[in-house]
Design a binder for this molecule. Structure first.
Ligand code: DC
Length: 228
């Protein structure tokens, strides 16, 4: 993704897993003519790269070393999605594999991995006109962004949404297993030492439990109008 230079400010969206950040963020970006970056994919790419190279994902020094030697780039895909190329290979389709899901929280908790990703995210944000979604966008990556949104929903609602997605794609999985895995990820993401998940002090917190997708997007488009 190139840094095109713009005076339109970046917008930060943070929140826990399956709070709808990515789909809502992508839709917001397309409504307001912004680019879109799902920063979770960058941590997923570091995880995929570590696994592919036989690195123990629970060994922070080894994970850091693998991430330092990883050559990666993020670009806009044809459908508004991001594509990630690692060492010359488009790895996008591998990034939501259960194997990556299970290890990504550990990789994302390594300080050196975060430094590498945050530096690239700030470079991309400096061009403006981008909606960036993640866990620490408003608190760490672009704390000066004039609009920071924190999307949330209860863990049960989010596990239900994920369960429905798995069923829709024909994957059989127990709801209770999804719920447990999500609780575990929430715990790691919000209690880690490096950039834990939390709303920025001046974030607009949007609880999506009782809202439809369209209602959330419309609300965010209205909030964005104040900063465009
Ligand atoms: O949003 P996601 O599920 O694709 O995120 C994958 C993992 O990366 C998750 O464990 C949280 C972490 N992450 C992060 O620590 N900081 C970000 N800005 C984005 C994601």
């Amino acid at each position: 993704m190139s840094n095109t230079g713009s005076t339109r400010p970046p917008i930060a969206i943070d929140g826990p897993a399956v709070s709808g950040k990515s789909s809502v963020g992508r839709s917001l970006a397309s409504h307001i003519g912004y680019r879109f970056l799902d920063t979770g994919l960058m941590y997923r790419a570091a995880t995929w790269n570590a696994i592919k190279n036989g690195v123990d994902v629970n060994d922070p020094a080894a994970v850091a070393q693998a991430s330092e030697s990883m050559d990666f780039s993020v670009s806009d895909g044809k459908t508004g999605d991001n594509q990630i190329v690692v060492n010359g290979e488009d790895v996008t389709k591998h990034l939501h594999a259960p194997m990556v899901d299970d290890s990504v929280s550990s990789v994302a908790s390594v300080g050196r991995v975060r430094e590498i990703m945050v530096a690239e995210q700030r470079r991309l944000a400096s061009g403006g006109a981008i909606v960036m979604v993640g866990r620490d966008i408003g608190t760490v990556v672009i704390p000066k962004a004039p609009l920071k949104i924190y999307l949330t929903a209860t863990v049960r609602t989010r596990a239900n949404r994920r369960h429905r997605e798995f069923i829709a794609e024909g994957t059989e999985i127990e709801f209770e297993d999804i719920l447990r895995s999500m609780e575990q990820r929430d715990l790691i993401d919000s209690s880690r030492e490096n950039s834990p998940l939390r709303p920025a002090d001046d974030a607009r917190v949007v609880d999506t439990d009782e809202l439809s997708f369209e209602e959330v997007v419309n609300h965010l488009v209205e909030l964005a109008k104040d900063v465009l």
